[in-house]
Write a protein that binds this ligand. Structure first.
Ligand SMILES: [Zn+2]
Length: 201
């Protein structure tokens, strides 16, 4: 039987997000806590090991802690998996040389669709980036792709290419943007989800 003891929580957060700590089966775990307009309590563990709790304002802290304790095994197991992901070398699908020609080929493959909509063939650039897989400057006609796409499965690279090209039609991430994206890539959502699980190195 596992016993969880709640220790005195402290809060160092700003605004509505609070960073708190809880003892789960002897392991001190910190989590982000936010009061939101949700029904009860939501728990989410991100791939990088960050734990998010959102709860309705009416839910007492004690109930939140009891909830987390009831999910202790799940939380600790998920954190262990996240740790393994970070310590393992990333899976490399392509070499640095290959990734450029793969992306260029995908751009050429998708372009006829956008050509019909009046988009001029862009200048394609490659860079090492830490915060995004690709970017589009519609006014300059430039698409930039992250060299780190070599760590990404081909389905997700296709998604990044389609996503950046769609910005020539819609420069933002509005509903219209995703409507346009769905026309050229109906299964963009599952590809985006897969990409989200890939960490930028
Ligand atoms: Zn975008």
């Amino acid at each position: 039987m596992s016993i969880a003891i709640v220790r005195q929580n402290h809060c160092i957060g700003l605004n509505k997000t609070m960073i708190k700590e809880i003892n789960l089966n002897g392991t001190i775990v910190s989590y982000s806590m936010q009061y939101k307009n949700v029904k009860n309590i939501n728990l989410r563990v991100k791939p990088d090991g960050t734990i998010y709790i959102s709860a309705n304002k009416g839910v007492p802290q004690k109930v939140i802690e009891e909830f987390m304790i009831s999910k202790a095994d799940f939380i600790l197991n998920t954190l262990e998996k996240c740790k393994n992901r970070y310590s393992k070398p990333p899976k490399q699908f392509f070499s640095e040389k290959e990734i450029c020609s793969i992306v260029l080929k995908l751009c050429e493959k998708i372009y006829p669709y956008f050509e019909k909509l009046g988009v001029e063939y862009p200048m394609i650039k490659f860079r090492r980036m830490t915060s995004c897989w690709g970017s589009c400057r519609p006014s300059k006609g430039v698409l930039t792709f992250n060299i780190a796409l070599m760590y990404v499965p081909i389905e997700c690279i296709e998604y990044v290419v389609a996503h950046e090209f769609t910005h020539f039609l819609q420069p933002n991430h509005s509903d219209r943007f995703y409507e346009e994206l769905a026309k050229v890539m109906p299964d963009w959502k599952s590809r985006r989800q897969m990409l989200k699980e890939t960490l930028i190195r």
